[in-house]
Design a protein around this ligand. Structure first.
Ligand SMILES: Nc1ncnc2c1ncn2[C@@H]1O[C@H](COP(=O)(O)OP(=O)(O)OP(=O)(O)O)[C@@H](O)[C@H]1O
Ligand SMILES: Nc1ccn([C@@H]2O[C@H](COP(=O)(O)O)[C@@H](O)[C@H]2O)c(=O)n1
Length: 208
């Protein structure tokens, strides 16, 4: 990975030479991003970084930002980019890998522009899991992982934020030819078959 300013307490990763491979994994809440990222990690040796998981870990760690993050998540709102980007940078640095699936980020234009400005990283491509809202709602209401935001009131707010703030980011990358869209309404195994095609280099055989 690029140059790391280890002396900086905020763990700034300045990627001036070799840039890591970054794939942004986007899609509505419950579209199956985390599920498919776990499969991709097994098959293609990426490091999976979920922005939501990093924020939830930050709450648990008792950090000074914990209460603010918890309140934002309960309301389905987007945490300020500065906070999330620092967590992502730290996790990238600590992973020792140079291939990342960044799941649930960028969630809005502020996330996108700030990440690019701070890290100078452009994603190789954006994996977009497209799924109807009714299916995502069903999945979230039966996820049973004890998440504070998996209740119908917050789910509806998350859907609105996705439509208003996250879809424009997907449009931005679509205009750059970077979006690989997957039909995420299918069963998990079928979705992964389509994902494998995207990650397999052209000319190579898609493996089982
Ligand atoms: N293709 C699928 N068919 C049916 N259920 C699925 C499918 N993919 C994932 N699920 C289930 O739906 C739920 C949500 O999936 P997952 O956590 O992967 O979504 P997500 O997009 O990461 O959600 P969030 O953005 O809220 O973190 C989980 O219980 C998961 O097992
Ligand atoms: N870039 C992000 C990602 C997430 N959040 C907050 O976390 C919540 C849960 O995210 P999941 O990806 O795990 O569903 C999300 O609703 C936001 O409140 C964020 O602020 N910024």
């Amino acid at each position: 990975m690029g140059t790391v300013d280890a002396a900086n307490k905020d763990v700034n990763v300045s990627l001036t030479d070799e840039k890591p491979i970054v794939v942004f994994v986007l899609g509505g809440p419950g579209s199956g991003k985390g599920t498919q990222c776990a499969n991709i990690v097994q098959h293609f040796l990426y490091t999976h970084l979920s922005a939501g998981d990093l924020l939830r870990a930050e709450i648990k760690s008792g950090s000074e930002n914990g209460t603010m993050i918890q309140n934002m998540i309960k309301e389905g709102k987007i945490v300020p980019s500065e906070v999330t980007i620092k967590l992502l940078q730290k996790a990238m640095l600590e992973s020792g890998n140079d291939k990342f699936l960044i799941d649930g980020f960028p969630r809005n234009e502020e996330n996108r522009a700030a990440f690019e400005a701070v890290t100078k990283i452009e994603p190789d491509f954006v994996l977009f899991f497209k799924c109807p809202e009714e299916e995502m709602e069903r999945r979230l209401l039966s996820r049973n992982q004890g998440r504070e935001d998996d209740n119908i009131e917050t789910i509806r707010k998350r859907f609105n934020v996705f439509l208003e703030s996250s879809l424009p980011v997907i449009q931005y990358y679509k205009a750059k030819g970077k979006v690989r869209e997957i039909d995420a309404a299918k069963p998990i195994e079928e979705v992964f078959e389509a994902v494998k095609v995207v990650f397999t280099p052209k000319g190579e055989k898609v493996t089982a």
